[in-house]
Design a protein. Sequence first.
Lengths: 244, 184
Amino acid sequence: MTELERSLVALGRELAVPEVPDLTPRVLATIGPRRRRLAAPSRRLVLAFALVALALLGATLAIPDARSALLRIFDIGAERIEIVDELPEIPVADLESTLGERVTLDEARDRSTFPLRELETPPDRVYLGEHDTVWFLYGDPVSPRLLVAQTPFVRLDEPALVKKIAGEGTRVESVSVGGARGVFLSGDPHFFFYVDENGDAVSDTARLARDTLVWSEAGVGYRIEGDFGTGEALELAESLRQRR
Amino acid sequence: VEGRPPDDAALAERARRGDERAFEELVRMHQSIAFRTAYLLTGSASEAEEAAHTAFVKAWQALPRFRRGAPFKPWLLRIVANEAHNRRRSAGRREALRLRATAAHPRGDAAPSPEGAAVGRELRGKLLDALAKLDERDRDILTCRYLLELSEIETAEALGLRRGTVKSRTARALERLRSEVGDD
């Protein structure tokens, strides 16, 4: 340890930290019974639903005719991002059940264990899902335009991701999202996700929308799914910020 | 002992299953480090109390997803650090680190430690000034590693970084601090 490091440790021991309040009574008075998640289906079942629903979502977004109708919905600084709208209705199995418990945006902010990032445009629906993932859905479950997911306690494992999905029709492009490393996936909708703090994969191979931008920053994994190019995805990502 | 009480994991497991008394014990055991962490990251006692309180409440809600057998403290400190960052940003207090050092009584000691004696009043002031000038990332990593004396692994978990990133970022932050202090 250098002299500077020793000085910092000594400083830490000499800092005037106020007396620690007893938080116990207030915490106990606040917590109450835990909220239950959705009917608690098994993870395997949820994953199966997710694969089916997201494959359908991916297929929907890949329909050429569906791309003809555009709606300008996202204002980012002086620019606007065009996102596919008015997709044909399809029998999406039950997208909502794969996303989690539907909550309000305020509730998501309150219950999230990490600072949520938001686009300037509020989402149409918000869900709390597995691994404390917060989902923002733009559009509705049968006509989704954009999905934004934020998952705490995970990081992007780029080498594993690239190793798993490179080739096989999936285009993988390394990008920088405001200085954080990320990956833009397009082509075949294969997907390998994050690893958690123990190094375990949070989600294995899955099928999502056609184009997906994934990155992680400060212990939170982010992904944006929709029908966009790299530039648009990056602009959306960089406009995703804390707004409270 | 490995840095945490032997019943920490057992309490966390009971709390994970909904045992409020076990969670109460966890709050008592960890409220000091939670508050201190929040205080050093926000520089405000009232913000630190709110951040620590909210973090415990969120931890309770998130416990069903807590990995069985994992250490509770770093997991909790990550939630605390996130809350503290959130409050610091909402308060527009990014640059304000309003910490001060005590004159003569290091924490937990009746008399100054040998290290404390070595850190003179002037150097303490310079270090605090220099820390306040660092950007948020540098200051947070030095706060965790040295002021809170967290290990590299604990710092990595608390700040959501890889261990290697903690190592490299700490080295860079120390360099910048050294140049601010003018100590080479």
